[in-house]
Design a protein around this ligand. Structure first.
Ligand code: ZN
Length: 849
C-alpha cells in the first residue's frame, strides 16, 4: 500500500513532521482549523503517533479544549482504582451548550413510552464516542484527541452543521489504568531509531499486559456485570443521556486490516435486540464507513466475524437501549512501528483509521439523525408493548437466607434502571416460598423489558452453534437467585426500590458474657469473620445445625454458623462486643447474642462439632503462563467482598517463598511445571504438613496430570466425524463441538465444609471449557456434582451435554494433614458469580476442615 509506506517514512523522520503535515495526514487535505485552539501535537509537544500519550496528558488536553472553546465542556464522571479521572468532553454548538439540560430532558422523552415525540425537527443526535476499553489497543485514545480537535477547532460547514444537530461526547479512555500500564511499557522501550522487529521487547508486554483494568478484568465484558468502578460510573452517565450512537474502538492482530460493523449475522447477534438494528441501522452506517475508508485507501472487512450477542460488550449494551453500538477493530502496531507480511504498520497509521471512522460516525449520526431518533422512540415504545403482552407478567425472586446476595442482585437491576419492587405479601410459586421482606418483583411491562429478559430468561435455542464468547448470561442464575415466573392477571404490588434501600441488615446486638452467633449463609459473613480474625478474636464454626434462644428469640442455625465464645477470648467482654459490632456493621449483617450454650434442638455450643477457624494466610502465584483474568478475579473478590489481603507472588520468585508464613495457596489456570522440582516438592511437603491447596480450572487439570491427587478425567463419548468434509466447513464443524460459556445445574453437598452456608442443594455453575473430571472414588469428596441433564442456559451440543452430566464440578480431598480443594469450574467468573463465590470463601476459611 503506497499510502502506508509513504507515511511510515514520514513518521520515522518525525523531526521533519510539521503541524501542517500532521493535520494533512490525519484529516482531509485543506481542512481549516481555528489557530487559537492548540492541536494535540502543539499541546503535547510531540507529533501524534510518535509516542503513547499518558492518560493524564489526554485529560489535560481535553481540559484545555474546554477551557479555551465555547464549543466544549469537560465532565469528570468518576475515577479508576488508581485514581485516574474518567472524563467526558461534550462538544456541541455554543447555543446548544447554553440549552444542554433542556436538550437532555427533551432527548429523554424518546426513552419514555408514556410520552410521544413524533416531531424530531429540533432534536439532536446524541453521540457517545468511546475509546480504549482495552489498554493495550492504544491508537483509539490518540484518535479521540484528534477527533475532539476536529470538532472543537474545525471551521468547515460540515463541522458547524454537526455541532448544530448533534451533541458529541468524547470519552477518550474507558480504561485509563490499563492504558497507562501499556503506554508506559511501549514508551519505555521506544528506540531511536525505532525497532520494528515483532520480537523486540517494545512489542511484547509483560504479564498481566495492558488490556485489562487494575484488577486484570476485561472492561469490555463488564457493561452487564458492573463489577468495577469504571463501568459503574460509565453506566450512570449512560443512563443520564441515552446516546443514539456509541462507538467502541479496538485493535486486533498486526497482520489484519480494519473491521467495522455489521458483525457476523444471526449467531452473534443478541436475541432481544430488534432486527431493525442489524438489518436497518447497521447497513445504513456501513455505507458511511466504507465511503470514508475507501477515500483514504484503507483495506477493511465486515460481516465475517466479531460478536454482538453478549450484553456486557460496549458495542452491544447500547443496542439493548435503543441506540446503535459500533465496534471497530484496527490491525495493531503494538508499539510505535511493527513489521507485518504486508509492510510496516505505523502507530500513526492505526490512529488515522480510527479518526476516519470517528468522523464518519458523526457524519452518519447527523445524516441519519431522524432515523436514529425514531428508532430510539420506537425501541422503548415496543419494549413496553412487548413486555405488557408477555403471558409472563413478571419475575418473583429472593433468597430467604441471604440478604446480602439479594441486595447485590437488586443493586445490579437498579443500576441498569430496571424497575424492582419489594413484595408486600408472602407468595408461593413452583413449590418455593417467597417471604415478604426477602421477596421482590420485576414487572415485564416496563421500558427496560429487554434488559429484564437479559436478567431472567434462560436461552437454549440458537441460530448458530459457534460463539466468540459466552452463549448465556442469565444474571439471576449467576447470583444463584431463587426465582419464578409470575403469570397472574395483575402485577404484584410492593414498594418500588431505590439504591438507598440497599443498606444491609446490620442492627446493634446486646452485649453478652456467653457467646455471639453469626449466620454463615449471609454473603458478607466472610467479611465479618475476616475482621474478627484480624482483631485477634477466636471464632468457631459449627458443622451441625441447631436451634437456640437468642436476643431475637429462638432461632435456627445452619451449617457453618460462626460462634464467638466470650469467656475464652484473650480480651475482655466489652472489647469482644465492640469487635462483633464493628465486624457486623462493616459487613452489613447481624449477629445474635446468647446467654446459654444449651440448645433447644441439635448440638450445644460446647459440642465437638464446633471448630476454631484458622486465620487464613493466603498466597497466590501469578505471572508466567498463569491466567491473569482468573487471578484478578480472586484478588478482586478478597479485596472487595472480604477485605482480606492476598500475597501475590510472581512465578519467578516462587523459590524464595518461606512457606511457613502461609497456610493457603491458590493456583489459577496455568502450568506449574516450570517451578522446578525442588519448589514443587517443597509445596507438596507444605500441603502434607497441613497447608490448603486450592486449584482453579486449569490448575486442577495440572494437579491431576502431575499426579498430585488421585482423581481421573471422565471419558468422552465417541464423536461422529464425517469421513470427508470440505475444508471451508471444518471450522464451523469443530466450533460446534467445543464447549463455550453456558450455565449448568449441579448438586452440592451442603453438609461438607466447602458447601457450608448454602441452604439448597441446587447450585448453578458456569462452564466454558471441555475438561471433564470423574466423581472422586472417595464418596464424600465430590462436593459439587453436575446433575444428569444439567443444561440451564446457553448452547452445548447434545453429545457434550451427555458427557458433562454426572461429572464433578468440585472435589475436595486430603493430602497428608492438608487438603486439596479442586475447582473444575471457575467460581468467580467476571465478578458476576455471587452464587459460587461462597465455595471459594469456604475453601479459604474452612480449608483445613
Ligand atoms: Zn479490544
Amino acid at each position: 500500500m503506497r499510502y502506508r509506506s509513504l507515511f511510515t517514512t514520514i513518521v520515522l523522520l518525525f523531526a521533519l513532521f510539521s503541524l501542517k503535515a500532521q493535520n494533512d495526514y490525519f484529516f482531509a487535505e485543506g481542512t481549516r482549523f481555528d489557530p487559537k485552539i492548540p492541536s494535540p501535537e502543539k499541546y503535547l509537544g510531540y507529533p501524534i503517533g510518535t509516542l503513547h500519550t499518558r492518560h493524564d496528558a489526554i485529560v489535560g488536553y481535553m481540559r484545555e479544549l474546554a477551557r479555551i472553546s465555547d464549543r466544549a465542556k469537560l465532565d469528570t464522571i468518576g475515577e479508576t482504582y488508581e485514581h485516574r479521572q474518567l472524563v467526558v468532553l461534550t462538544i456541541t454548538s455554543p447555543e446548544n451548550h447554553r440549552n444542554l439540560e433542556s436538550i437532555r430532558k427533551e432527548h429523554l422523552k424518546l426513552t419514555d413510552p408514556t410520552q410521544s415525540v413524533g416531531d424530531y425537527t429540533d432534536m439532536k443526535s446524541v453521540v457517545l464516542l468511546g475509546y480504549n476499553v482495552h489498554g493495550n489497543e492504544p491508537s483509539s485514545s490518540e484518535a479521540a484527541m484528534l477527533t475532539a480537535y476536529y470538532y472543537v477547532a474545525g471551521q468547515s460547514a460540515e463541522v458547524r452543521a454537526a455541532l448544530k444537530d448533534a451533541v458529541l461526547m468524547v470519552d477518550p479512555t474507558f480504561n485509563p489504568d490499563g492504558r497507562d500500564r501499556h503506554s508506559t511499557w511501549a514508551n519505555s522501550y521506544l528506540g531511536d531509531p525505532m525497532v520494528s522487529d515483532p520480537i523486540d521487547v517494545e512489542h511484547n508486554e509483560a504479564w498481566p499486559r495492558g488490556r485489562t483494568n487494575h484488577y486484570w478484568y476485561d472492561l469490555n465484558r463488564d457493561w452487564l456485570p458492573l463489577a468495577h468502578v469504571e463501568s459503574q460510573a460509565r453506566i450512570d452517565f449512560y443512563h443520564k443521556w441515552y446516546p443514539n450512537v456509541v462507538t467502541d474502538f479496538h485493535e486486533m492482530g498486526t497482520n489484519s486490516t480494519y473491521f467495522f460493523e455489521p458483525t457476523k449475522p444471526f449467531g452473534s447477534e443478541n436475541p432481544v435486540v430488534p432486527r431493525d438494528n442489524y438489518d436497518g441501522l447497521n447497513n445504513l452506517f456501513a455505507g458511511y464507513f466504507h465511503e470514508a475508508l475507501d477515500e483514504i485507501g484503507s483495506l477493511y472487512f465486515t460481516k465475517e466475524q466479531y460478536d454482538n450477542s453478549y450484553p456486557g460488550y460496549g458495542s452491544t449494551y447500547p443496542d439493548i437501549h435503543g441506540a446503535l453500538g459500533l465496534v471497530f477493530e484496527q490491525a495493531s502496531s503494538r508499539g510505535h512501528v511493527q513489521d507485518s507480511p504486508t509492510g510496516k504498520v505505523a502507530f500513526a497509521f492505526t490512529i488515522k483509521n480510527h479518526v476516519t471512522s470517528s468522523l464518519a460516525t458523526v457524519r452518519a449520526s447527523v445524516g441519519e439523525r431522524e432515523v436514529l431518533l425514531k428508532h430510539m422512540e420506537n425501541y422503548f415504545d415496543s419494549a413496553l408493548e412487548e413486555g405488557a403482552k408477555n403471558p409472563v407478567k413478571g419475575w418473583v425472586f429472593g433468597d430467604p437466607a441471604d440478604d446480602g446476595r439479594n441486595q447485590a442482585f437488586i443493586d445490579l437491576l437498579l443500576r441498569h434502571k430496571i424497575k424492582t419492587v419489594a413484595l408486600n405479601d408472602d407468595i408461593e410459586l413452583d413449590g418455593k416460598n417467597y417471604k415478604a421482606g426477602k421477596a421482590f418483583y420485576v414487572p415485564n411491562a416496563q421500558k427496560q423489558y429487554r434488559m429484564v429478559r437479559t436478567m431472567f430468561e434462560k436461552v437454549i435455542d440458537f441460530h448458530d452453534s459457534i460463539f466468540y464468547d459466552a452463549s448465556s448470561w442469565t444474571a439471576a442464575l449467576t447470583y444463584n437467585m431463587p426465582y419464578a415466573e409470575w403469570k397472574g392477571k395483575q402485577d404484584l404490588s410492593g414498594k418500588e426500590l431505590t439504591r438507598n434501600d440497599l443498606k444491609g441488615t446490620y442492627a446493634r446486638v446486646p452485649k453478652t458474657n456467653y457467646a455471639y452467633l453469626i449466620e454463615w449463609n449471609e454473603y458478607y459473613a466472610p467479611k465479618a469473620l475476616n475482621y474478627l480474625l484480624e482483631k485477634g478474636v477466636y471464632v468457631n464454626y459449627g458443622s451441625k445445625p441447631f436451634s437456640i434462644e437468642t436476643n431475637e428469640g429462638v432461632k435456627e442455625y445452619g451449617y457453618g454458623t460462626l460462634m464467638i465464645p466470650v469467656s475464652r477470648q484473650e480480651m475482655d467482654a466489652d472489647l469482644v462486643h465492640a469487635y462483633v459490632e464493628e465486624a457486623t456493621e462493616i459487613a452489613g449483617i447481624r449477629a445474635q447474642s446468647v446467654k446459654t450454650g444449651f440448645s433447644t434442638s441439635g448440638v450445644d455450643l460446647g459440642s465437638g462439632s464446633f471448630t476454631t477457624v484458622r486465620k487464613p494466610k493466603a498466597i497466590m502465584l501469578i505471572g508466567g503462563n498463569t491466567n491473569s483474568a482468573e487471578a484478578g478475579e480472586v484478588w478482586h473478590l478478597f479485596d472487595s467482598k472480604v477485605g482480606m489481603p492476598i500475597t501475590k507472588v510472581d512465578m519467578d520468585n516462587a523459590d524464595r517463598i518461606n512457606w511457613s508464613n502461609y497456610n493457603t495457596l491458590i493456583l489459577v489456570s496455568g502450568s506449574y511445571n516450570s517451578l522446578g522440582e525442588s519448589t514443587l516438592d517443597r509445596i507438596k511437603l507444605w500441603v502434607r504438613e497441613g497447608g490448603t491447596l486450592i486449584t482453579i480450572k486449569g490448575a486442577t487439570s495440572w494437579a491431576i496430570g502431575a499426579k498430585w491427587v488421585n482423581e481421573k478425567y471422565a471419558p468422552r463419548s465417541e464423536r461422529e466425524t464425517p469421513e470427508r468434509m470440505d475444508y471451508v466447513t471444518s471450522r464451523d464443524f469443530y466450533g460446534a463441538q467445543s464447549i463455550g460459556g453456558s450455565m449448568y445445574m449441579t448438586d452440592i453437598d451442603i453438609t461438607h465444609p466447602i458447601g457450608f452456608g448454602y441452604t439448597s442443594r441446587e447450585l448453578p455453575v458456569y462452564r466454558n471449557h471441555s475438561t471433564l473430571i470423574q466423581p472422586s472414588s472417595s464418596p464424600t469428596n465430590t462436593v459439587v456434582k453436575y446433575t444428569e441433564n444439567p443444561l440451564l442456559s446457553g448452547y452445548v451440543s447434545k453429545a457434550n451435554l451427555k458427557d458433562i452430566g454426572g461429572t464433578a464440578s468440585l472435589i475436595a480431598t486430603s493430602m497428608g494433614r492438608g487438603n486439596v480443594v479442586m475447582f473444575v469450574d471457575n467460581p468467580n467468573f467476571r465478578g458476576m458469580w455471587y452464587g459460587t463465590n461462597r465455595l471459594l470463601f469456604n475453601a479459604v476459611f474452612f480449608g483445613n476442615y
